[in-house]
Design a protein around this ligand. Structure first.
Ligand SMILES: [Zn+2]
Length: 281
């Protein structure tokens, strides 16, 4: 019994050490990087559950990739209305979506006042961390993570342009889609945006307010707005899975090598925040 009690105490001490170390390490860097200090301040507040609503970024891991890399989510803002931004469902040639969602996250971490009261932004910059490391569009099992969602039309072999791609052994067979699907269904977001490249448009999913929010995003960002992908059949995709779950979502297709990529997508997100915050759509 004593040995077991000691093991429990040791475990608690280890957990305490693990929880405190990242914050302590980040704190040491504050002087060198004031922007990061703001983030760290939020992170430190975020782990203190005794205080009122935390204002700064809170980070957590919602699951792991095939090769065990974490899917890291950052929340900024205190409201119950969650708007989600997802990058990197496809990496490799679409890795620019990871950089964009990271940049947007950093922007709102430095400017949390741009998030209206009642709203919380949730960032998952890299939904395919193995593909990111290997420089591939697919995950580590060569599955297309935007063909592996739980939808009525899921098929094991799917289409990407003129190519066939694996959609996995079953809907949500991949740990990345499985973790994100269950996270989003628990969260019940107001709107979820998934970034891809590079057609230069936004495609709504027809659920609830998706058309309205996609429209204001499109106007602010200067993208076309469509409701149906006209180029080829896409089975088992994210936005259809969300539609079937009753969640408003949209795909944003960036413009390749766009010098205004960040500013136009920031304008899109701000337009959505304005419409939701001010009008309540
Ligand atoms: Zn894509």
């Amino acid at each position: 019994m004593r040995a077991r009690a000691l093991a429990v105490i040791t475990s608690i001490a280890m957990v305490g050490l693990l929880l405190s170390l990242p914050v302590a390490n980040l704190m040491a860097d504050e002087a060198a990087d004031p922007g990061r200090a703001a983030v760290v301040g939020g992170l430190a507040r975020g782990v203190d559950r005794d205080t009122a609503e935390p204002a700064g970024p809170r980070q957590h891991v919602i699951g792991n990739s095939v090769e065990g890399r974490p899917l890291e989510v950052t929340e900024i803002g205190t409201g119950d209305t969650a708007i989600v931004l997802i990058g990197g469902i496809h990496t490799g040639p679409e890795v620019g979506t990871v950089y964009l969602v990271r940049e947007l996250k950093d922007h709102f971490a430095s400017n949390p006042g741009q998030i209206p009261p009642g709203i919380r932004l949730v960032f998952l910059p890299n939904a395919n961390p193995d593909g990111y490391v290997h420089g591939t569009r697919l995950n580590a099992r060569n599955v297309d993570l935007n063909r592996n969602w739980l939808t009525d039309d899921w098929e094991p072999i799917a289409t990407h342009g003129r190519h066939q791609v694996s959609a996995g052994d079953a809907p949500l067979s991949e740990p990345e889609t499985q973790a994100l699907y269950h996270y989003l269904l628990d969260l019940g977001p107001h709107f979820a945006l998934s970034y891809h490249g590079y057609v230069g448009l936004i495609e709504d999913n027809g659920a609830q307010r998706s058309w309205d929010l996609s429209s204001v995003y499109a106007v602010a960002a200067g993208y076309d707005h469509i409701s149906d992908w006209p180029y080829y059949d896409i089975t088992g995709q994210f936005i259809d899975s969300m539609a079937e779950a009753g969640i408003a979502a949209a795909d944003v297709e960036l413009v390749e090598d766009d010098p205004d990529n960040f500013s136009r997508n920031l304008a899109g997100v701000l337009a959505v925040l304005d419409l939701v915050g001010r009008v309540g759509i």
